[in-house]
Design a protein around this ligand. Structure first.
Ligand SMILES: *Cc1c(COP(=O)(O)O)cnc(C)c1O
Length: 370
């Protein structure tokens, strides 16, 4: 039996043809062609007017928060359950991250917890759509309106997720996406900044190119100190090929989650990523949470999956449990759920037999207890 990877990209001749063309011809006057096409195709897919390709989602978030003027003395609220990439830009800008608990149904930021954490210093709330699950954007956007705060979306894991007809990443002041090799669409490393706010778009565009505004006619003339978070044309060529296949890539992600749901339906006490009432879960990462009563731990899962040669990953550790932050175990759900949860493999080309093999391990855990 071969090892089952937890993710790997689906790269076809389509992406290879674009990348080859970019490598051969995409220089000189053509050096931005694929970048422009990828940005336009991504914006069109999402239905937002502005998109800027970046070297990472982290960079996109860094520039977006900087463009909002967030800095020393400001607070930014985010879920304790998050990847480090969501918080590091806050720290780099000298602002203070405020970690709050998650909603037990969505594993995303709890709007009530966010509301309770607002102070006069709060500048923004980051809504991370974890594992493709949607934050309660209706509640968060209302909170933003009521308090004059920016609601920002980390949609790195949520391409394909839709809330009441609106795409994840397209609802807040800005949204960010990741094209890291593990994500639903990939450019190896890469990201995207999207917004409907024309002024914010111009600011981030300038920031992304070392502070050089696009209308600036003087050569080598930055108007401010910016960042260098641009994507290369060759990466964008792969990205264009991927976004042109988004319907197929997204559908397969959802199919895999549905297959897990079907296989695991007979067992009591298991929760997989929720399907929103009024939307779609893009199903980036099927994640299984065991009811506490089952007594099945993360460690037992890792051992069982390891023995079956299946690459399963742990649910994100609460950020406040990392050594350089102050522990906040009062964020009970963010601290509890990861101790009895596991990410399941989900890559485009995995077979039904692979899915069955993963589910057999889960069945063994449930039958055998911890
Ligand atoms: C992957 C990921 C990121 C970071 O993406 P990079 O492109 O690696 O910077 C940020 N936030 C979340 C929630 C992610 O899953």
């Amino acid at each position: 039996m071969t090892r089952i990877a937890y993710t790997k990209p689906s790269i076809t001749e389509h992406e290879v043809a674009y990348a080859t063309d970019a490598a051969r011809n995409g220089w000189g006057v053509k050096c931005y062609d694929y970048i422009n096409r990828f940005e336009a195709a991504f914006a069109a897919h999402l239905g937002v007017p502005h998109a800027i390709a970046t070297s990472s989602c982290t960079g996109a978030m860094h520039m977006g928060l900087a463009a909002l003027g967030i800095g020393v003395g400001d607070e930014v609220i985010l879920a304790d359950t998050n990847w480090i990439a969501t918080v590091s830009p806050i720290v780099h800008l000298g602002a203070t991250p405020v970690f709050v608990d998650i909603d037990p149904a969505t594993w995303c930021i709890s709007p009530d917890a966010a509301a309770a954490a607002i102070t006069p210093r709060t500048k923004a709330i980051i809504a991370t759509h974890i594992y493709g699950n949607l934050c309660d954007m209706t509640a968060l956007l209302a909170l933003g309106d009521a308090h004059g705060l920016a609601i920002v979306e980390d949609a790195a894991e949520a391409i394909g997720s839709v809330c009441k007809g609106r795409p994840a990443g397209g609802m807040g002041r800005f949204g960010t996406f990741s094209f890291h090799g593990t994500k639903t669409i990939t450019t190896g490393e890469g990201g995207m900044f999207v917004t409907s706010d024309a002024a914010l778009f111009e600011q981030v565009l300038t920031l992304s190119n070392h502070g050089r505004a696009r209308g600036q006619t003087k050569q080598f003339w930055p108007d401010m100190v910016g960042y260098k978070y641009k994507m290369s044309n060759v990466q964008a060529a792969i990205g264009l090929g991927q976004i042109e296949r988004i319907a197929e890539l997204s559908a397969r992600k959802r199919e895999i989650l549905a297959a897990y749901r079907r296989h695991l339906a007979p067992f009591q006490g298991l929760s997989l990523n929720p399907e929103p009432e009024d939307g779609v879960n893009g199903a980036w990462m099927p994640t299984l949470v065991f009811d506490a009563a089952l007594g099945i731990t993360r460690e037992a899962c890792l051992a069982a999956f390891g023995a079956a040669d299946i690459d399963a990953r742990v649910f994100f550790h609460p950020l406040s449990s990392l050594d350089f932050f102050t522990p906040q175990p009062a964020n009970r759900r963010a601290w509890d759920i990861p101790t009895r949860a596991i990410n399941l493999p989900s890559y485009h080309d995995m077979t039904d037999a692979d899915i069955a093999r993963v589910c057999d391990v889960v069945a063994g855990l449930v039958r055998g207890g911890a």
